[in-house]
Design a protein around this ligand. Sequence first.
Ligand SMILES: [Zn+2]
Length: 343
Amino acid sequence: MPLCPMRQMLDQARKRHYGVGAYNVNNMEQIQAIIGAAGETQSPVIIQASRGALEYTNLIYLKHLMAAAVEEHPELPIVLHLDHGPNLKLCQEAIGLGFTSVMIDGSIDYDTKTPEGKHPARSFEDNIRVTKEVVDYAHQFGVSVEGELGTLGGIEEDTHTDKVLLTEPAQVEEFCKRTGVDALALAIGTSHGAYKFKHEPILALDLISECRKRAPNTSFVMHGSSSVPQELIAEVNKYGGKMPGAMGVPISSIQEAVKRGIQKINVDTDGRLAVTAAIRKVFTEKPAEFDPRKYLGPARDSLQKLIASKMRDFGTAGHAGDYKPKSLRAMKNLYAKQAAPAQ
Ligand SMILES: [Zn+2]
């Protein structure tokens, strides 16, 4: 399937100062909604699957659903990306399936017996070692790599030491040079999930500008960038849900982050909210309904609407026709050229 390399997509976004959303998927309706939104707004798009999504979809289904998406919209640049790859092995598996991009999250040591969410942070040197290993492997196939420096977490939480959690701009240049990553996730105070902040969100936006200066040729990624729209939370709660106090990153902060040098914006929670709100509404208003199409259909429509509005807000809309996706073979040759010693 002719997917787009993420390196090329984010290079384009960096040159033209817009952000590209990376949306998580687990099933057919989500893929259709995201691709539908990209078609509607003529946007390049990154579709990403986490380790959990790969397990849920049994890999092969995801691969073929993506192939269907590309067949339906050959005019769109589409990246298939592995989100939070824990180790080389899973990255290799994703590359084998045809992913055009993988994330190796070397900031955290996933390979211990620690419960999910409590994994220890890796040292800077260990992060470089683990990340470089994946870059060396992936670039042989023309596949792009995203790394992560610093760990995610809210700035205002009491239990943290923010200097350790946030990305150190001084380390960014060295990390990018030594690993050769195409994209780097920065920790600027966002966190995953629907409960990012207790009060007004505080993001270290200055940090993006600092990092941008130090690594002008690497694209930057913002994780945990759902806005948690309060109207969706209200819908969820109105129809029997229980999500008090959920809060996210305002669109205006994301737009400022893009201005300062973020290219990839990860959004998962908002999609979950749109789907859940729509399904709850049907279940509450039509309790006799039992045809899955009657609630998965509205969920898909609601998700497409949400993603299309993000594509407009991030500035992605209208950029689908700007370039022709390069083949992985062309990318492989480019990487090989860069790696060759100067004559
Ligand atoms: Zn993430």
